[in-house]
Design a binder for this molecule. Sequence first.
Ligand SMILES: NC(=O)c1ccc[n+]([C@@H]2O[C@H](COP(=O)([O-])OP(=O)(O)OC[C@H]3O[C@@H](n4cnc5c(N)ncnc54)[C@H](O)[C@@H]3O)[C@@H](O)[C@H]2O)c1
Ligand SMILES: O=C(O)CC[C@@H](O)C(=O)O
Length: 313
Amino acid sequence: MTPWKILITDGLDAKGKAVLSEVGEVIDRNGITADELLKEIGEYDALIVRSRTKVTPAVFEAGVKLKVVGRAGIGVDNIDLNAAKAHGVRVVNSPLATTITVAELTLGLMLALVREIPRADSAMKAGKWLKKELEGAELYGKTLGIVGFGRIGSAVADRARAFGMRIIAYDRLKAAEAITQRGGEPVSWEQLLELSDVITLHLPLTNETKNMLDANAFARMKDGVYLVDAARGGIVDEDALLAALESGKVAGAALDVFTTEPPGVTALVSHPRVICTPHIGAQTQEAQARAGYDIATEIIAALKGEPLRWRVI
Ligand SMILES: NC(=O)c1ccc[n+]([C@@H]2O[C@H](COP(=O)([O-])OP(=O)(O)OC[C@H]3O[C@@H](n4cnc5c(N)ncnc54)[C@H](O)[C@@H]3O)[C@@H](O)[C@H]2O)c1
Ligand SMILES: O=C(O)CC[C@@H](O)C(=O)O
């Protein structure tokens, strides 16, 4: 047994924990507060988080033994990468584990939007039979604009093609062939906004993508467009989205992610044409089992100084 101590702060699948337990002492402090983390992190060699825990410069400062931070999942926007670099701490993630799960939720949200499934269900539960009012739209034949054509964006494209949708995509960094090979048409940002019937976001939150969907972007969109965001809160300017819903520019929006999480019952969350889920994009048994195992093996490789598959820094 090595002397490694590994702290888990947002839960981890049992198999991942079992793998980690073979090489060190694993402490599960699911739900630990920011203050508690600062007090306790000094004892640990490794920290594993999901999206709840904010790994701030102060955490790196206090983490005097810290060698690696693992993100069980994809987005590392909750980890201060500059501070990690400054303290010589590796950051790793498990980027392949949740692709299918997020793509499936995205398709579910698209269908829920165009057929108003949540409204139909809550009306039924309130004893109302809204058969005449609930006339939806088909996805078939509609243009799906995918923003960010990486792992999840391209998996969404594969599934949406099966629904008979035309796929257009904007990705600032991907070669056009990466999009055409998956049956999509590469377009500019402006074309994507102007041509899409449904827009879905699959890119990271960065300084560049923050508020990428602002009032100007909404103004360029088709009237009656639908929006799905299962990427990150903050990419959509929530005030601009609310205004676009109220003007009728946006027919409906489905949001799995929010600028502040949890957001509380804001005007956006309670809007009748908004469907919300509580950041469950990656939350299936299958995806979490894969993420737990992948991050556990990557953390062990980092502690042992072995080659890494998913080194962020
Ligand atoms: N809702 C959830 O629970 C959940 C789960 C997993 C991932 N996510 C989010 O989904 C995002 C995408 O995940 P992925 O695995 O597909 O990542 P990925 O890296 O495979 O794909 C992201 C794509 O976005 C593109 N991109 C980056 N900046 C861009 C910009 N300014 N304009 C246009 N395109 C840009 C990249 O070139 C890349 O192809 C993650 O960053 C994460 O924030 C959310
Ligand atoms: O695990 C989570 O809490 C969210 C996962 C997701 O947003 C990710 O970026 O991997």
